[in-house]
Ligand binder design. Structure first.
Ligand code: NAD
Length: 348
């Protein structure tokens, strides 16, 4: 493969300093050239994590550097679209943290800029790369559950002090944009299905749009129910119900995948046998949950930028996830079942 690719990171807040910055700093296939961060304290903290990197205050300064061939965007959500468009227009491969934008109109403009650029356009749907979900996808591809009838998921994050931009919907707040956007993408990725129609209810009891219950009608005929909240103890679980077996994947709690064949309904002995046959791994519960998916997603982005492949979620997947979020908001407001357009591009 060619020389390491020059990367610029935009936005050095909580998640970038926790994951993206150290990952990109240590990635052999990348060379972290510069970081753009408007807050001087956050910029200094980033430069401490990645000595030798150039620090600038804004994305314009970063895009002016020819050594920056690829851009990773970890800005507040309301700045994703304009920054991604500027990056594609400047001819840079671009990785956009989720969600892609605030609404479908913005998302389609990013899609148009991406298509015109011919560059790699990746979405930060990193859970596609999580080993647990890779395993779920394999189990489903192997038809171990028979025909998939339904999927049910819970994604929650504990209430905490959040930055100003996360407190209102207009700049990116709420469980739909923050959490459900990930699970909508996982449903599409795991089941190989598109979302055709959405019904939802949203409540704002503790903070804006803190809890959302979303039902998806899928192109395969299966149904998915997603519950997302930023007001409850952290969890991330998915159940898939098939005609011959059910599957449970728990990324944060028991951290394992369990497949229970229909015959397990026959009693404790059968259930125990099913558990033994289906358990992939039980990890040490005393250690903090490992989160390998950020590194895998960023490695894939860098490799894709160098080879022209597209192995992760793309800008198109970002458009599709956001279309479902928007449909859920419309359904919650009107009480109606809302159809989702089947084309992701600018004319969709
Ligand atoms: N993939 C995931 O699982 C995951 C997890 C957490 C966050 N995220 C996404 O990452 C993004 C960032 O989240 P966060 O929690 O780190 O937010 P944050 O507020 O902690 O960080 C954002 C940073 O951007 C900086 N910034 C704001 N405007 C700027 C500008 N114009 N130029 C340069 N810097 C600017 C801020 O000063 C701040 O340091 C969000 O879109 C969020 O949805 C994704």
């Amino acid at each position: 493969m060619s020389a390491p690719i020059g990367v610029g990171l935009v936005g050095c807040g909580r998640i970038a300093r926790m994951f993206h910055l150290p990952i990109l700093r240590d990635l052999p296939s990348a060379r972290l050239v510069a970081v753009a961060e408007q807050n001087a304290g956050a910029r200094a903290a980033a430069l401490e994590l990645a000595p030798g990197t150039v620090g600038v205050a804004d994305v314009e300064g970063l895009l002016a550097m020819p050594a920056v061939e690829a851009v990773v965007i970890c800005l507040p959500t309301h700045l994703h679209a304009e920054t991604a468009i500027a990056s594609f227009e400047a001819g840079r491969h671009t990785y956009v943290e989720k969600p892609l934008a605030l609404d479908g109109e913005e998302a389609r403009r990013v899609h148009a800029a991406w298509a015109a650029s011919g560059k790699t356009g990746a979405m930060g749907f990193n859970f596609r790369f999580h080993p647990l979900y890779r395993q779920v996808r394999q189990v489903l591809a192997d038809q171990q559950l028979g025909e998939v009838v339904a999927l049910r998921s819970v994604f929650s994050s504990a209430p905490r002090e959040v930055p100003e931009w996360k407190r209102v919907r207009e700049t990116g707040g709420g469980a739909l944009l923050d959490l459900a956007s990930h699970h909508v993408d996982l449903v599409r990725f795991l089941l190989g299905a598109e979302v055709q129609a959405v019904s939802a209810s949203i409540s704002s009891r503790h903070s804006v749009q803190d809890t959302a219950a979303v039902t998806l009608q899928l192109s395969t005929g299966a149904v998915a129910q997603l519950l997302a909240t930023v007001s409850a103890a952290a969890s991330d679980r998915i159940e898939v119900l098939g005609t011959s077996a059910t599957l449970e994947a728990d990324r944060m709690g028991r951290r394992r995948l369990t497949v229970v064949p229909a015959s397990a309904a026959g009693g404790p002995a059968a259930a125990a046998r099913a558990l033994v046959s289906g358990v992939s791994a039980t990890l040490d519960r005393l250690r903090p949950p490992p989160e390998p998916s950020f590194a895998a997603a960023l490695t894939a982005f860098v490799d894709d930028a160098r080879t022209g492949a597209a192995t992760g979620a793309t800008i198109e997947d970002g458009v599709r996830s956001l279309a479902v979020v928007e449909a859920a908001e419309e359904s919650a407001a009107t009480g109606a079942l809302v159809s989702v357009a089947q084309s992701a591009g600018p004319t969709g």
